[in-house]
Design a protein around this ligand. Structure first.
Ligand code: BGC
Length: 447
C-alpha cells in the first residue's frame, strides 16, 4: 500500500464548460453557437441530443456552488459562452449575458472558490462561422475583441485565465476528422484553423499584458502519449508524429516561436501549405504564466504504412477501458508530462482536465463508481511521479464536476463526480466525489 502525498500549496479543483452544463441556450439574449447548429444536423450527435437544457446550471449555479463548497475545492474552472457576451461574435455586447457571469463569479468568490475562466471552450458564435469561422483570420480579431472585453469587465475578480481549450480538438477533430462542430473534413482548413487559433491565443495574451490585468494567463492543450510497440526506428517515429500532433504542434510555436519542421514536412507531403503571415509567430510566442494540460488516455502504437494521417496504428494491448472506450493508460500521463518538461523547461502546469467516463446510475440514492475512484488514484499517482521527477505541477482539476453534454456522444457518456438526472436535473454526488473530498482534505490517499 503506497501513500501518495501532495504538497500543501497544491491547488485542487473541478472543471466544466459552458455549452456542456449551462442550458438556457436561447435565454437572455444568447444567440446560436456552432454547437447549437451542429446538434440539429441529423446524425451528428448521438440520439439527437443538444445543449438546450443540459444541466441547467445557468439557473442552478447556486446549487452547483454549494456542491463545490462542500467538496472543498479551491478552484473551479468554467468557460464563458462567447455568444452570451457577443451574440453576433463581435460588436454589440449583451448586458444580460455579462450580468449572469458577474452573479456567478461573485457567488464563487463569496464561497471562497477561485474562478479559473476559459474564454473559448468550443461554442463559437454561429454568426462568425457564417463568415468562415476559425478558417477566416477575421475571427482572430473577433476573439481579441471578446477577450479584451472580458479582461476589463472581470479584472480584479477573475485572476486565472485560459484563452483556448484544446486547440487540437477545435482544429483537427472539428475540421479534419469532422466529429465536432462545424464538422468539416479538410486537412488544409484544419491546419489553417490550428494556426489561427494560436495567433488568437497570442494576441489575447498580448492584450492581457497591455491592459495590465492582475492575474495569470495560459492556454489548455490536450495531450496523449503513444508508446512505441518496439524499438524499431519506424515505430518510434510513428509515435513521435502522433504525440507531436498534440504536443509540439501546439507548443513549439508558443514556447519556441516556430512549428516543428518534421511535422511541417510531413503535412507538406500531404499537400498542406502553411499560411503564416509576418508577425504571427512573434504574436503566438508571447510568454505565458502557466500551461493547462488535459489528459485522458494514451496507448501503444506502431508504424503501419499509409495507415491514417501518420502511418501508424494503435494496438489493442488489452488495457482496461472506460465506458467511452478509451484505454486506461496512467503511464502515458507521467511520460507526456516529463516529455513536455524536457522540451520546454519547468513551465508551471495545471492539470486542467483529467477524468473518466463511467455510466453508473444511482441505486437507492448512491452512485458506486469505484472504477472512477480507481482511475483517479492511478492518474494522481502518475502525476505525483511526474512531480517527483521535476514537472512543475501547480494544481489538478478533475473533469468533471457534473455529468454533462458529452459533445458528439450527447448525454450518453458520464464524466461527472456528481450524477445528474437529465429528466429531473437532480444532482447526486457519487462515491468518487466523497473520495476526492477526503483526498483534498487530507492532501494524500492510499493507492
Ligand atoms: C474536453 C471536454 C470533454 C472531455 C471528455 C475534453 O476533450 O475539453 O469538454 O467533455 O474532454 O471528452
Amino acid at each position: 500500500m503506497a501513500i501518495i502525498e501532495f504538497p500543501k500549496d497544491m491547488k485542487w479543483g473541478a472543471a466544466t464548460a459552458s455549452y456542456q452544463i449551462e442550458g438556457a441556450a436561447f435565454e437572455d439574449g444568447r444567440e446560436a453557437s456552432i454547437w447549437d447548429t451542429f446538434c440539429r444536423i441529423p446524425g451528428k450527435v448521438r440520439d439527437g441530443d443538444n445543449g438546450d437544457i443540459a444541466c441547467d446550471s445557468y439557473h442552478r449555479y447556486e446549487e452547483d456552488i454549494k456542491i463545490m463548497k462542500e467538496l472543498g475545492i479551491d478552484t473551479y474552472r468554467f468557460s464563458v459562452a462567447w455568444p452570451r457576451i457577443f451574440p453576433k461574435g463581435r460588436g454589440q455586447v449583451n448586458q444580460a449575458g455579462v450580468d449572469f457571469y458577474h452573479r456567478f463569479v461573485d457567488a464563487l468568490l463569496e464561497n471562497g472558490i477561485e474562478p479559473m475562466c476559459t474564454l473559448y471552450h468550443w461554442d463559437l458564435p454561429q454568426a462568425l462561422q457564417d463568415e468562415g469561422g476559425w478558417g477566416n483570420r477575421s475571427t482572430i480579431d473577433a476573439f481579441v475583441e471578446y477577450s479584451e472585453f472580458m479582461f476589463k469587465e472581470f479584472s480584479g475578480k477573475i485572476k486565472n485565465w485560459i484563452t483556448l481549450n484544446e486547440p487540437w480538438c477545435v482544429s483537427f477533430l472539428s475540421n479534419f476528422i469532422g466529429e465536432h462542430a462545424p464538422g468539416f473534413k479538410d486537412l488544409q482548413l484544419a491546419t489553417d484553423v490550428s494556426h489561427h487559433l494560436l495567433v488568437a491565443h497570442g494576441r489575447s495574451v498580448k492584450a492581457f499584458r497591455a491592459l495590465g490585468v492582475d492575474g495569470q494567463i495560459g492556454y489548455a492543450p490536450n495531450v496523449t502519449w503513444k508508446e512505441p510497440f518496439s524499438d524499431k526506428q519506424e515505430d518510434i517515429d510513428a509515435c513521435k508524429r502522433e504525440v507531436a500532433w498534440f504536443v509540439e504542434w501546439f507548443m513549439d510555436p508558443v514556447f519556441k516561436g516556430s512549428y516543428p519542421q518534421f511535422m511541417v514536412d510531413w503535412f507538406a507531403d500531404k499537400g498542406v501549405k502553411m499560411n503564416i503571415q509576418d508577425g504571427d509567430l512573434e504574436d503566438i510566442s508571447q510568454p505565458i504564466d502557466f500551461m493547462g494540460i488535459n489528459y485522458y488516455t494514451g496507448n501503444v502504437a506502431r508504424y503501419k504504412e499509409d495507415n491514417g494521417l501518420f502511418s501508424s496504428e494503435d494496438l489493442d494491448m488489452n488495457y482496461d477501458r472506460t465506458d467511452i472506450g478509451w484505454p486506461i493508460y496512467p503511464e502515458g500521463f507521467y511520460k507526456v508530462l516529463c516529455y513536455i518538461t524536457e522540451l520546454y523547461g519547468e513551465v508551471p502546469i495545471y492539470i486542467t482536465e483529467n477524468g473518466s467516463c463511467y455510466n453508473d446510475e444511482p441505486v437507492d440514492g448512491r452512485v458506486k463508481d469505484d472504477r472512477r475512484i480507481s482511475y483517479l488514484k492511478l492518474h494522481l499517482a502518475a502525476l505525483k511521479r511526474s512531480m517527483d521527477s521535476g514537472v512543475n505541477i501547480k494544481g489538478y482539476l478533475t473533469w468533471s464536476l457534473l455529468d454533462n453534454f458529452e459533445w458528439a456522444f450527447g448525454y450518453s457518456m458520464r464524466f461527472g463526480i456528481v450524477h445528474v438526472n437529465y429528466r429531473t436535473l437532480e444532482r447526486t454526488p457519487k462515491d468518487s466525489y466523497y473520495w476526492y473530498k477526503q483526498t483534498l482534505a487530507n492532501g494524500f490517499y492510499e493507492l
